[in-house]
Design a protein around this ligand. Structure first.
Ligand code: ISJ
Length: 264
């Protein structure tokens, strides 16, 4: 997490800077790309997330949904959701941790920190993203597939909800610019204020390069072969597109949703 410093006078804390938050987003790119590479080992395996085959008659979840619900409950019991970076997909009433928890310094505005767009992320991931980067088909390996899906979903959700921290820092850096748009609840003006196109272009280029590096076939003998024939575990251009068309827009959506509540 980006380092947070306490400011005892306001009872809140100062998230250090946009730079430290961007650094965290850069590190999260590695996690996201590796999780996509891991998921690409398996076929689409759509019955795991589309069909309810639960043998417990009172439960109509898909295998993947059941798995995520159960794991989230266990993770809550060891304090995962005490961390303001983590947002559950299903838990409405988060079970208390059964262990002493770390006290994270309050970095976000209390009335805005509950922004959670995981339902949207779930739909986007299974309906739009997954079919783009995994091979079609069904190899029956649903438990491993569900575990890989959870790793992707949590990495994507963390990145997208990091928009709350980004928005908080941007607001604190320029309250005089943001306050009128927040009072007017003007989404468009907020979107304009928080957008940095140059940064977005850099992010897209960097993740393409990372996907080339992390997903290349590594050989012991270097062939002087044709670059255009290089094979990657996940298409680097697709990773860049996933960022440009989904991850960045959803992060900005979280930023806007957070800011709309920032003066409540
Ligand atoms: C996250 C930020 O806010 C916006 C979203 C970006 C992203 O999701 O990568 C990049 C630039 C901004 O348009 C940021 O400024 O770093």
């Amino acid at each position: 997490m980006a380092r947070v410093e306490s400011d005892s006078s306001s009872g809140c804390s100062n998230v250090l800077s946009l730079d430290s938050i961007r650094e965290s987003l850069i590190r999260q790119e590695d996690t996201i790309i590796f999780s996509l590479i891991e998921r690409a080992k398996f076929s689409l395996n759509s019955p795991a997330f589309e069909e309810s085959r639960c043998l417990d008659s009172g439960n109509s979840s898909s295998l993947t949904e059941f798995f995520v619900r159960e794991i989230e409950t266990i993770q809550a019991k060891v304090g995962r959701y005490e961390n303001p970076e983590e947002n559950p997909f299903f838990l409405k009433n988060i079970p208390h941790s059964v262990f002493p928890t770390h006290k994270y310094p309050p970095a976000l505005h209390p009335k805005a920190l509950s922004v959670n767009i995981n339902k949207r992320i779930w739909d986007v991931y299974f309906k739009e993203l997954l079919p783009l980067f995994v091979k079609p088909g069904d190899d029956g390996n649903y438990p491993s597939t569900a575990a890989s899906d959870l790793a992707c979903l949590q990495a994507l959700s963390r990145r997208i909800h990091y928009g709350k921290f980004v928005a908080e820092v941007k607001f604190r850096d320029d309250p005089q610019d943001y306050e009128p748009a927040i009072r007017a609840q003007d989404r468009e003006a907020l979107m304009k204020l928080l957008t940095f196109e140059k940064v977005e272009e850099m992010v897209k280029k960097r993740v393409q390069k990372k996907a080339e590096t992390f997903g290349q076939e590594v050989k012991c003998i270097t062939d002087s072969g044709d670059e255009s024939k290089k094979k990657y575990k996940v298409d680097p251009l697709l990773v860049s597109r996933i960022y440009g068309e989904w991850l960045i827009p959803l992060t900005k959506l979280v930023e806007v949703e957070y800011l709309l509540r920032r003066l409540d």
